[in-house]
Design a protein around this ligand. Structure first.
Ligand SMILES: Nc1ncnc2c1ncn2[C@@H]1O[C@H](COP(=O)(O)OP(=O)(O)OP(=O)(O)O)[C@@H](O)[C@H]1O
Ligand SMILES: [Mg+2]
Length: 362
């Protein structure tokens, strides 16, 4: 699966961009402020219906335009699938897949699975548990088709339970009913995550071995409660505390993937470059597993890939991504830094120079 064409209009400083893309590596280089990250942002908007830089889409609309649009032509299993997203300043949003208007951005994510490595990826290690939950759930969502519906049902149960906890006094009977629903859904979510991690963690360890000589990483899943006991009993025991805190303290919404290095939290001891190697390994592992499970490739957005990495690590990352065979979109300031990160014998590489919002193929 790969994008053949990408058209971007009115997104940040990219006013009119039309690109024919390589199914392999697409390398974008150029000076600061040229529009490289904006191009990846456009791809992210196309694949997820939202930016990776800001919560709302208004700031991404070019200051002299009233709307922005991103159009892509996807080649998937021998078929061409057009995808489009447009957003007007007045708030109108439109997602289209295969000419059909869709109401939920998750259909975009299903059509064009994306993995992103950018400055925010560091949060996977030094940010809160929600970033690691999102990371794990990306994989579960893409390999288990029931997962999205299950997750939606769980969110509803959590919302109901929390709203009961905000009442003046505890309604024991009603809370009992929601606890049963909540724990049943929570167990299913946990099982899906556990099963996925059983395959993902060895994959991450394998990629780490390919990328670095560092040894001693440990990944441990915390379900969000002590799984040795039934969640229903834990909820009952923590009812008073939940009531005081006006929220549910145990459940899959509190899960984490704890990452340790030589028996210490990895974020406390690793250097910036080592963190980048680790989060890169985590993203590459997910791409390999996704391919194994679905026979499909996801697309990689790699913003400023060379930064923080020395030459040896850049080369190893490039080789592994090349071996995976996914379509990649790689940016960097200095042309040769990016080019030298990618295997030299690669035929499927397209180079683009990015300057003042214009993108020129080499
Ligand atoms: N809504 C907007 N309208 C017009 N221009 C914008 C808008 N938002 C941001 N810009 C500008 O777009 C330019 C592109 O920024 P971008 O982050 O894509 O650059 P970059 O090539 O990734 O640079 P760097 O190498 O510094 O990471 C910047 O000059 C920025 O100020
Ligand atoms: Mg940038």
């Amino acid at each position: 699966m790969h994008l053949q064409r990408l058209d971007v209009h009115g997104l940040r400083n990219l006013r009119h961009v039309q690109l024919s893309l390589s199914p392999g590596a697409n390398i974008f280089y150029g000076s600061n402020g040229g529009g490289k990250t904006s191009l990846l942002e456009a791809l992210h908007v196309l694949g997820r219906g939202r930016s990776f830089r800001c919560r709302t889409l208004n700031p991404i609309i070019n200051q002299n335009e009233d709307s922005c649009t991103v159009f892509g032509l996807l080649e998937k299993e021998g078929k061409n699938i057009p995808l489009g997203v447009s957003r007007s300043r007045k708030g109108g949003f439109q997602f289209k897949v295969n000419g059909q208007l869709i109401h939920n951005a998750s259909s975009l994510a299903e059509a064009m699975p994306l993995l992103v490595l950018n400055a925010d990826s560091f949060r996977l290690l030094d940010g809160g548990p929600q970033y690691r939950r999102q990371y794990v759930d990306w994989g579960v969502f893409h390999v288990e088709h029931n997962y999205r519906l299950l997750w939606q049902k769980f969110r509803r149960a959590l919302k109901q339970r929390n709203s009961l906890l905000r009442h003046d006094r505890i309604d024991e009977v009603l809370l009992g009913v929601w606890d049963a629903e909540f724990s049943g859904l929570a167990d299913q979510i946990n099982q899906y995550r556990q099963q996925y991690l059983l395959e993902l963690i060895p994959k991450i360890q394998w990629v780490i071995e390919e990328l670095t000589l560092l040894q001693g990483f440990e990944f441990k899943h915390y379900a969000g409660w002590d799984v040795a006991k039934p969640l229903k009993d834990i909820l009952l025991a923590s009812r008073q505390r939940d009531f005081q805190l006006k929220g549910t303290q145990y459940g899959p919404h509190r899960a984490d993937l704890r990452i340790r290095f030589n028996n210490q939290p990895a974020s406390d001891v690793l250097s910036r470059g080592q963190i980048k190697i680790l989060v890169t390994a985590m993203q590459i592992a997910q791409g390999f597993l996704f391919y194994e499970r679905t026979g499909c490739q996801c697309l990689y957005l790699l913003d400023d890939l060379p930064s923080e990495l020395d030459v040896q690590h850049r080369e190893k990352v490039g080789k592994l991504l090349y071996r995976l065979g996914a379509q990649t979109f790689i940016t960097g300031v200095v042309r040769d830094d990016v080019v030298l990160s990618w295997p030299g014998d690669s035929k499927q590489t397209s180079m683009f120079h990015v300057e003042h919002g214009g993108i020129t193929p080499e």
